[in-house]
Design a binder for this molecule. Structure first.
Ligand code: AGP
Length: 610
C-alpha cells in the first residue's frame, strides 16, 4: 500500500525520505517520488518502478534541501507511470502533495477545476487535491488544506509543502493513517511509525479529520475548526516494541517471520493465561461481565488471511464456547447489512489494522450499536483505535506481504478468546486447565513443525513447476487448506484452490490429473478416516498426493506419494501447526520460481483502499 514520509529539520531531507520509503517498501508499490525545498525553490523527482529507479534519478539530479515529502504509490487511479507518481504539483509548481487513500468524488471535482481552466497532467484522483489547495491558497497553507479537505469524499492521508512557506509541512487525515515523529534533527510525518524508527524518539498519531502543521522545531494538531487539539505523545517503542526490523541472516522477511512463529505465538499468550481461574484474561478487551455473559453470537469480519483465521475462529467458538459464530468477508458484510440481534458481538481480525473494508465493516457495526472488538497486530492503527476493545497479537511488525506469523498468532488469540467465553458458560475448570496446558505446549509444537523445512524443500523441487495445486482439509483444517492455497498463489503465482476435502466430489475433482498435486491435511483426528477416503479418490484418478500428517503414520505413508509430518496437537490447534509446512512450501516454490517473495507482484501489505 502507499507510503508517506515527510521531514523538516536540520539535515538534508532526501536521504531521510529515501530511507523511510525503503522501510515502507514491504507494503507494496509501483512508483515513487519526492520533493524537497531550498528557500523558495522546490525540487521534484519521481519515477515509475522500484525505489532503485528513483535512486538513479537522484544520482543524476540530487534533490537538495532540508524539508520535503515523499511517497510510494500503489496504483488505484491510473497506471504506474512517471506522471501518475506522487508528489503532484499545482499548476504554478508552488505547492506539492502526496496522498494515501481514494477520493471518491474526484471526477466531479476534476470537472469543476477543468471548467475553471485547470490543466491536469495525470490520471490520478490525487491531483485534484493539489489544484484545490492552490485555488484556496491565500498565504496560509494550513487554511488552504482545511478548505480543500472539506470538499473531499473518501479517504486521505496527506502531506503538503509549498515554496511560499519553506520548512513547513502540513498533514491531514481521514481514514488513512498519519503519524508525526519528533526527533533531535527535526520533525517527521509518516503513514507508518516503522518508517521513523531510528529518526524519531516520540510519535503522535493523528485522528480522523485532524490537520497538522510542522516546522523543524514545532508541531501542532488542529481539528477542522482549527482549534488546537492535544493527542498523546508516546515513545516510538510503544508502537514498534523492540522489534528488529532487519532481515538478520534470513534471505527474506517472510522466512524470518515463519521462523519467528514459536516466539510469536508465545508472545500472543504472554500474561494472558490464568492458571488460577483456568481461563484467559485480556487487558484491553473492555467487555463488561454483562456484555460477556450476554453475548449470544459472534460475527467476525476480515479479509484475506485474517478471514481464514476467522474461519478457524468459527470452529473454536462453537466447540470451546458453544457460541454461534461466523466470519464474513468485510467487503461483503459492510454492504450486506445482515440482521444481527443486539447481543451480537462484532470482532474484526486484522494484522495491519488499516484494511479499508475491515475498518468500514467495524464502523458500520459500531454505528448499529454492536459491541465492536478487534484482534490486531499494529498498535495505534485505525482499526485498533476504532474498536471498543480488543486484543493485540504482539507478533512484532510483519514485513513480508504474505501473512504468516500474524495468522498463527490470530488463531492463538482466537483459541484464548474461545476459552475466555467458554469459561463463562459451560467449560469446567478442569477443561479450562487442559486448554491452558495445550496452549502452553504450542510454541514447542510450532518449533518442532519447523523441522520439516528440508523435507519441504525436496517437495518444492519435485513439484515446483506445477501450474495448479489443490489443498484439502476438513473441520479445523479446511481454513488451513484455504490459507495454504492463498500462500502459494500470492507469492509463487501458481494457481491453487483450497476446499473442504469432501467437497472435491462435487466438481473440483474434475481438475485432478497427474500434473495437479493435491495437498491433504490429514493428521490424526475425528475425521481422519473420511479424509483418507478422499485421498484414495484422488489417487484413483492419478492425482499426486502430498500429505501433511502425524509423525510415523504408516497408513498415510502407504497411500500418499509424499508426506510431511507435524507433531501431534489437539485438533483445535492443528490449523496452527499444519500451516507451518504450507507456508514453507509456498516460500520454497516461490524462491525456485524466482518470485519476489517479500513483495509479490500486484500485492500490497495493507489494502487501505476498497
Ligand atoms: C495475506 O497473506 C495477504 N497479505 C492478505 O490477504 C491480508 O491477509 C489481507 O489483506 C488482510 O490484511 P489485514 O490482516 O492487515 O487486515
Amino acid at each position: 500500500m502507499c507510503g508517506i514520509i515527510g521531514f523538516t529539520g536540520r539535515r538534508e531531507a532526501a536521504p531521510i525520505l529515501m530511507d523511510g520509503l525503503k522501510r515502507l517498501e514491504y507494503r507494496g508499490y509501483d512508483s515513487a517520488g519526492l520533493i524537497t525545498g531550498t528557500g523558495n525553490s522546490l525540487h521534484l523527482r519521481k519515477k515509475a518502478g522500484r525505489l532503485a529507479e528513483l535512486g538513479k534519478v537522484l544520482g543524476g539530479q540530487p534533490a537538495p534541501g532540508t524539508f520535503g515529502i515523499s511517497h510510494t504509490r500503489w496504483a488505484t487511479h491510473g497506471g504506474a507511470t512517471d506522471a501518475n507518481a506522487h508528489p503532484h504539483l499545482s499548476a504554478d509548481g508552488s505547492i506539492a502533495v502526496v496522498h494515501n487513500g481514494v477520493i471518491e468524488n474526484y471526477q466531479q471535482l476534476k470537472h469543476q477545476l477543468q471548467a475553471d481552466g485547470v490543466t491536469f497532467h495525470s490520471e490520478t484522483d490525487t491531483e485534484v487535491i493539489v489544484h484545490l489547495i492552490a485555488h484556496y491558497y491565500q498565504g496560509d497553507l494550513l487554511h488552504a488544506v482545511r478548505q480543500t479537505v472539506e470538499l473531499l469524499k473518501g479517504t486521505y492521508g496527506l502531506a503538503v509543502v509549498s515554496k511560499h512557506e519553506p520548512d513547513v509541512l502540513v498533514g491531514a487525515r481521514l481514514g488513512s493513517p498519519l503519524v508525526i515523529g519528533i526527533g533531535d534533527d527535526g520533525t517527521y510525518l509518516a503513514s507508518d511509525a516503522t518508517a521513523l524508527a531510528g529518526y524519531a524518539d516520540k510519535v503522535v498519531y493523528l485522528n480522523d479529520r485532524q490537520i497538522c502543521q510542522l516546522d523543524p522545531d514545532n508541531w501542532v494538531i488542529r481539528n477542522q475548526d482549527l482549534d488546537t487539539v492535544d493527542e498523546p505523545v508516546r515513545d516510538i517503542a510503544h508502537y514498534l516494541g523492540d522489534y528488529d526490523a532487519e532481515k538478520g541472516d534470513y534471505p527474506h522477511y517472510m522466512l524470518k517471520e515463519i521462523y519467528e512463529q514459536p516466539d510469536a505465538v508465545a508472545n500472543a499468550m504472554r500474561g494472558r493465561l490464568d492458571q488460577g481461574d483456568c481461563t484467559a484474561h485480556f487487558g484491553g478487551l473492555n467487555l463488561t461481565s454483562q456484555q460477556l455473559r450476554g453475548t449470544e453470537r459472534i460475527v467476525m469480519t476480515a479479509c484475506g488471511t485474517s478471514y481464514h483465521a476467522g474461519l478457524v475462529g468459527e470452529y473454536l467458538f462453537e466447540e470451546l464456547a458453544r457460541l454461534p459464530a461466523e466470519v464474513e468477508y468485510a467487503s461483503e458484510l459492510r454492504y450486506r447489512n445482515p440482521p444481527m440481534s443486539r447481543d451480537t458481538v462484532v470482532l474484526a481480525i486484522t494484522q495491519s489494522g488499516e484494511t479499508a473494508d475491515t475498518l468500514a465493516a467495524l464502523k458500520e457495526a459500531k454505528r448499529m450499536g454492536h459491541t465492536s472488538l478487534a484482534i490486531c497486530n499494529t498498535v495505534g492503527s485505525s482499526i485498533a483505535r476504532e474498536a471498543c476493545g480488543g486484543v493485540y497479537l504482539h507478533a512484532g511488525p510483519e514485513i513480508g506481504v504474505a501473512s504468516t506469523k500474524a495468522f498463527t498468532s490470530q488463531c492463538t488469540v482466537l483459541a484464548m478468546l474461545a476459552l475466555y467465553f467458554g469459561r463463562t458458560r459451560h467449560l469446567s475448570a478442569v477443561q479450562g486447565q487442559k486448554i491452558i496446558d495445550d496452549l502452553h505446549a504450542l510454541p514447542d509444537a510450532v518449533r518442532a513443525a519447523l523441522r520439516c523445512h528440508d523435507r519441504v524443500k525436496e517437495l518444492a523441487n519435485r513439484y515446483g513447476d506445477m501450474h495448479n495445486c489443490l489443498y484439502l482439509g476438513r473441520q479445523y483444517l479446511y481454513p488451513a487448506a484455504l490459507e495454504g492455497a492463498l500462500k502459494l498463489k500470492e507469492i509463487s503465482y501458481v494457481h491453487a484452490e483450497g476446499y473442504p476435502a469432501a467437497e472435491m466430489k462435487h466438481g473440483p475433482i474434475a481438475l485432478v490429473d497427474q500434473d495437479t498435486p493435491s495437498v491433504f491435511l490429514v493428521p490424526r483426528g475425528n475425521v481422519f478416516d473420511k479424509v483418507m477416503s478422499n485421498m484414495q479418490e484422488i489417487k484413483a484418478r492419478g492425482g499426486p498426493v502430498i500429505a501433511v500428517c502425524s509423525e510415523g503414520d504408516k497408513e498415510v505413508e502407504a497411500v500418499a506419494d509424499d508426506v510431511v509430518t507435524v507433531p501431534d496437537v489437539p485438533e483445535y490447534l492443528q490449523p496452527i501447526v499444519c500451516s507451518i509446512p504450507l507456508q514453507l512450501f509456498a516460500y520454497e516454490v516461490a524462491v525456485l520460481r524466482g518470485c519476489d517473495v517479500d513483495k509479490p507482484r500486484n500485492l500490497a501489505k495493507s489494502v487501505t483502499v476498497e
